[in-house]
Design a binder for this molecule. Structure first.
Ligand code: ACO
Length: 322
């Protein structure tokens, strides 16, 4: 029997034009460039324009991935968008993207796993491809976090940015996605959440902005991501030294450095975009992957570990032979 595997054939990324610096944020809340850089590693982030939406940003990233893959959009069997900032409650942002790409015959749906959305989408795509239910799958993480941020809360407004990242996968008989590992634990709602006041019955006096107990989230994230490194390597019978690249969720340089230490990796083997993008939630891993594939830092045959942690809590990893 031939083994089916999912292989990366294209990637794309989009960042809005407007740059918001730490200095600008320091004029709104009691913080400073040096505090933000030291505690997070972030210097600037991008802010979507008034006319931009998750689907408009996704379209640009998706078209880049399609072009890189050298396929027609109509060949795509499945579109999965990970977003916490959908254009509409429904239709899904994936259906809106399908329409923007002019595809009539494919399946499109959104998933919501906060900052782990890219890994959850990769995991679902991998199952569809392995089972033979789909060949070509487009995954996009697209987020306008700036519209969910409370710009008076210095604990959160320094962190987030907007953007979209895309990956196109195809079925192959060679190794590609080696394994994915996704987890959730709903017990941590109070540490990180964003109310939906228009819909929620119980919290309808709350504003629809991100609320986070950053320090507590930080500690759980470091421990959890350490554990998922072990789980991923064990599942593949690999050693830390077998991993060539870490492509982490870009939440905080200190969280990323802790995962790199766990892998005994130098920071030169870590793809970092957070300095000028901040945390773009479900887009961040895909944006980082796009950057490192396009500038050819990551080469064919190398082993890449992708990981993310987000609200829920949700967390996950994907080990890929590129
Ligand atoms: N500028 C200056 N001081 C600040 C700022 C700021 N922007 N933010 C907080 N402080 C203060 C606090 O008020 C506190 O002051 P106090 O000691 O007088 O009470 C002090 O700095 C320390 O606060 P901590 O919260 O302990 O700071 P910490 O070092 O943990 O950094 C941060 C905060 C950057 C938010 C960090 O905790 C973090 O990155 N957390 C993880 C975020 C994350 O990974 N989220 C998951 C993904 S997001 C998603 O899924 C949507």
């Amino acid at each position: 029997m031939t083994i089916r595997c999912a292989k990366i054939i294209g990637t794309g990324g989009y960042l809005p034009e407007t740059v918001r610096t730490n200095e600008e944020i320091s004029q709104r809340v009691d913080t400073s460039d040096s505090w933000i850089v030291e505690r997070t590693g972030i210097k600037t982030r991008r802010i979507a324009g008034a006319e931009e939406t998750a689907s408009s940003m996704a379209e640009i990233a998706a078209k880049q991935a399609i072009e890189m893959a050298g396929i027609e959009a109509g060949e795509i069997d499945l579109i999965i968008i990970a977003t916490g900032t959908p254009d509409r409650v429904y239709p899904s942002t994936a259906c809106l993207l399908q329409q923007r790409l002019g595809i009539q015959n494919c399946v499109s749906f959104d998933i919501q796993a906060a900052c782990s959305g890219s890994i959850f989408a990769l995991s679902i795509a991998d199952q569809y491809i392995k089972s033979g239910a789909a060949d070509k799958v487009l995954i996009v993480g697209s987020e306008i976090c700036s519209r969910l941020v409370d710009w008076t809360d210095r604990g959160t407004c320094i962190l987030f940015g907007d953007g979209a990242g895309a990956v196109l996968l195809d079925s192959t008989n060679e190794p590609g996605i080696l394994s994915t590992h996704i987890h959730s634990d709903g017990a941590f709602e109070d540490l990180l959440y964003c109310p939906n006041p228009q819909v929620s019955a119980k919290n309808n006096d709350e504003r629809g902005v991100i609320k986070m107990k950053g320090n507590e989230v930080f500690k759980v994230a470091v421990n959890t991501l350490g554990r998922i490194v072990d789980e991923t390597l064990a599942a593949n019978g690999l050693d830390k030294s077998d991993v060539d690249w870490l492509v982490p969720h870009q939440a905080n340089i200190r969280i990323i450095a802790a995962t790199a230490r766990k892998l005994k990796m130098s920071m030169d083997q870590v793809v970092l975009t957070l300095e000028n993008q901040g945390n773009t939630s479900s887009a961040s891993v895909l944006l980082a992957l796009n950057e490192a594939l396009r500038d050819q830092r990551i080469k064919r045959g190398q082993i890449i570990l992708l990981e993310a942690f987000g609200a829920g809590f949700t967390w996950g990893s994907a080990l890929i032979k590129y």
